[in-house]
Design a protein around this ligand. Structure first.
Ligand SMILES: O=C(O)CCC(=O)C1=CC=C[C@@H](O)[C@@H]1C(=O)O
Ligand SMILES: [Mg+2]
Length: 379
């Protein structure tokens, strides 16, 4: 039976630090730990929902960091959530909208509301979102390797594990030759490149060469906040451009599609401010015939579970970056962990995100916690 409004009694921010199995190298440098918040949200009935913040410790991917998330959640967003009951999770982004950007802070809290809402209704989150799949195909994201030979052997490992799509990070000097070698060894695998804004329009000849390699897409080749130059580049490339960092909202997606800046969109729940906005982008892309897939932010299990749920929506037609928990973690904070079998995740049919939070593991990796109680609701 669908319950009436949600009155949040308590929000706990668990500050987490988890050591990655392998260091993660980006244009900003290499990091070995993922710092993030687990949002635990209890309502007046005692039901508990969970969310996870996506921002990294330094502002290399977007302007947000773990610290900015903490500040904005504690000072602005949590008080807004506690001030009055919520009728539906779609209301949360509305309540937050006068606060500029800070999407990953917003998304961490909104995700907990969605989980709580689904649990109160006794439904799996994916069903509350209109998901249609009982299993999802997933790919894997591979960092820049020292040599083409190293890259081929890493790809081979994941092909043997059954992953359905290989995403290879590229940068000037580590692009065409590397990808050509992969394509030579694996003529028919689903192969894409992620450039993380490492190129400019001056590199157009290099990027056009990638057209020979039958790539599914080139992800975010140009500046992180651009859609104009991407439109110029897309008009020159046969390979579809996929935008990631450029898309922070439904409006960004609408404008990029209208300009022809991309033919595919990587939806990251944190980057766009939450599940409600992700669904809006998904639905618009379905209308416009633009394929979408679910990107990753090296999430732990709660964020990974939210990604699984959103990927069950029908326009998520390309395998995304939601690898198994074991890709990054010795042990994950959920039970069971996210398991990939032959490139497929079976979507759990339990209420909410469908995975239990393993409190023992959560407390093992937790460095601090802060509790926010709603004075208007007695414990
Ligand atoms: O979470 C994953 O498994 C994939 C992570 C990943 O590929 C990325 C995370 C953040 C920025 C980039 O480096 C890249 C991406 O662009 O999606
Ligand atoms: Mg990307």
């Amino acid at each position: 039976m669908t319950q009436k409004t949600i009155s949040i009694r308590e929000i706990t921010l668990h500050r987490m630090v988890m050591r990655l199995k392998d260091p993660f190298t980006t244009s900003f440098g290499t990091f070995s730990d993922k710092e993030f918040f687990v949002v635990e949200m209890e309502d007046e009935t005692g039901a508990i929902g969970f969310g996870e913040s996506a921002a990294f410790s330094s502002p290399w991917y977007s302007e947000e960091t773990v610290e900015t998330n903490k500040h904005v959640m504690e000072q602005f967003l949590i008080p807004l959530l506690l001030e009055s009951p919520i009728n539906h999770p779609d209301e949360v982004s509305k309540r937050f909208e006068f606060i500029r950007r800070n999407n990953m802070a917003k998304s961490a809290l909104e995700g907990a509301v969605w989980d709580l809402y689904a649990k109160r209704n006794g439904n799996p989150l994916y069903k509350e979102l209109g998901g249609t799949k009982q299993q999802i195909e997933v790919g894997i994201s591979i960092g820049i390797q020292p040599t083409a030979k190293d890259l081929v052997s890493v790809v081979e490992g994941y092909v043997n594990e059954g992953y359905k799509r290989m995403k290879v990070k590229i940068k000037p000097g580590a692009d065409y030759e590397m990808l050509k070698e992969v394509r030579r060894h694996f003529p028919s695998i689903l192969l894409m490149a992620d450039a993380n804004s490492a190129y400019t329009l001056d590199d157009i000849d290099t990027l056009k060469k990638l057209d020979d390699l039958d790539l599914m897409m080139i992800e975010q080749p140009l500046a992180h906040d651009d859609i104009i130059d991407h439109a110029k580049l897309q008009s020159e490339l046969a390979t579809p451009i996929c935008l990631d960092e450029s898309i922070h909202s439904f409006e960004d997606a609408r404008k990029a599609i209208e300009l022809g800046s991309c033919k595919i969109i990587n939806i990251k729940i944190g980057r766009v401010g939450g599940i409600t906005e992700s669904k809006k982008i998904h639905d618009y892309c379905a209308q416009q015939g633009i394929p979408v897939w679910c990107g990753g932010m090296l999430e732990a299990g709660i964020g990974r579970a939210h990604n699984v749920a959103i990927t069950t929506l029908p326009q998520f037609v390309i395998p995304g970056d939601t690898a198994g928990s074991s890709r990054y973690w010795e042990n994950d904070i959920i039970d069971p962990e996210v398991i990939v079998e032959n490139g497929v995740i079976h979507v759990p049919n339990k209420p909410g995100i469908g995975y239990e939070v393993n409190r023992k593991v959560l407390e093992h990796y937790r460095v601090s916690k802060t509790v926010f109680s709603n004075k208007n609701i007695l414990a």
